[in-house]
Design a protein around this ligand. Structure first.
Ligand code: SAM
Ligand code: SF4
Length: 359
């Protein structure tokens, strides 16, 4: 039997002898608060073609060592075990997932995975869109089902300042390619920022509607690699709704489930807008997400300061690998706290920036 690697920093570590309480391979991934985990975010790289101020520093990034990056076979192996344990959705992210040279093959291999009921997993991607015109046909043919594309401003000078790259036209081409594809629902993500883009909220929603997409505003979170987040500068959910209400009548869409976004119909629908209010209206009680970093660390929360290292298990080889992955998934789920602590005075920002965690 594979031994459970020791993990430092669990809230209330279980004794190794208590491991059976974590469940067996094929059991659902249920944490101590009854949350069933069905969504695995897979970060494919920490590298990116942009340098968004709220995510990465302009310079001085310490990239993950190539030797520590999970190979395609390793990612697929972890994903298979997760699917057998009831994970039904894989979202590919980063960094910028389209920078991974074998991205179409990653999608094809993950798209072949079936859950215990024989149904294929749902495969989604969050991207800055820059390489979509080149890759989208191949990705769709390989099994990608859903896309989220990030765009925070429609103004070229702002885009350049915010991302430190002059690539708005490339992002717009990527969004146009996604709109022309059959992949739906299409979602556009925008981080709302005071004195940066808070005068563009209505424009961004109208842009999304024109592209048959749903705009989802995200409250800025303390996950920038430069640790410069300032609560007083954050645009809140209520402010976003107040601005949008001046243009549309907003009617809440029921049935949110474990989804991070609250959604509203615009003027009675069918068009919608979403808000992800991780800071002012956390949705931790329904969280069903786990994260896998590009260097093989499992995380049970964006804001966790604990990681569960799969790399030694993957690289040890032998018969115990799948068993070891299953155990590590269960340890990670078992260590999940009831909620994040952004709003506590003693909150400690994770050491990794968002680009290295996987958004
Ligand atoms: N590069 C891809 C992209 O930008 O869509 C995928 C990775 S990015 C880390 C995923 C999402 O996280 C993006 O929508 C981005 O806007 C969001 N994000 C990054 N840092 C954030 C922060 N500090 N607060 C809120 N959202 C953030
Ligand atoms: Fe890159 Fe996405 Fe981070 Fe922007 S938010 S720097 S596009 S990883």
């Amino acid at each position: 039997m594979t031994t459970i690697p020791v993990t430092i920093g669990l809230s209330r570590p279980r004794d190794i002898a208590d491991a059976a309480a974590l469940g067996r391979p094929g059991d659902p991934l249920v944490d101590r608060y009854g949350r069933v985990h069905r969504d695995l975010r897979i970060s494919l790289t920490d590298r990116c073609s942009l340098r968004c101020t709220y995510c990465m520093p302009e310079q001085g990034n310490e990239w993950l060592a190539k030797s520590s990056l999970l190979t395609l076979d390793e990612i697929v192996r972890i994903a298979r075990v997760a699917a057998a344990d009831g994970v039904t959705t894989f979202r590919l992210t980063g960094g910028e997932p389209l920078l991974r040279p074998d991205i179409v093959e990653v999608v094809r291999r993950l798209g072949e995975i079936e859950g215990p009921d024989g149904r294929p997993v749902e495969l989604a991607m969050t991207t800055n869109g820059i390489r979509l015109p080149e890759f989208l046909p191949g990705l769709a043919a390989a099994g990608l089902r859903r896309l989220n594309i990030s765009i925070d401003t429609l103004r070229r000078d702002r885009f350049r300042d915010l991302t430190r790259r002059d690539r708005l036209d490339d992002v717009l081409s990527g969004i146009a390619a996604a709109a022309a594809s059959g992949l739906r629902p299409l979602k556009l993500n925008a981080v709302a920022m005071r004195d940066v883009n808070d005068d563009e909220l209505v424009d961004l929603v109208e842009f999304a509607v024109a592209h048959d997409a749903e705009l989802r505003f995200i409250e800025q979170m303390p996950l920038d690699a430069g640790h410069t987040w300032d609560r007083s500068r954050m645009v809140t959910r209520d402010e976003i709704l107040s601005t949008l209400s001046s243009r549309w009548e907003l009617t809440p869409v029921p049935g949110r489930g474990g989804a991070p976004a609250e959604r509203w119909l615009l003027d009675g629908g069918p068009r919608t807008v979403g808000v992800i209010a991780s800071v002012t209206a956390p949705f931790c009680g329904d969280c069903d997400r786990l994260r896998l970093t590009a260097d093989g660390q499992l995380r049970n929360c964006l804001f966790s300061t604990t990681e569960y290292d799969l790399l030694p298990i993957m690289r040890a080889g032998g018969d115990g690998v799948d068993d070891g992955i299953d155990r590590m998934l269960r340890s990670c789920v078992d260590g999940k706290l009831p909620g994040h602590a952004i709003n506590d005075p003693g909150f400690l920002q994770p050491a990794r920036g968002m680009n290295a965690i996987g958004g």
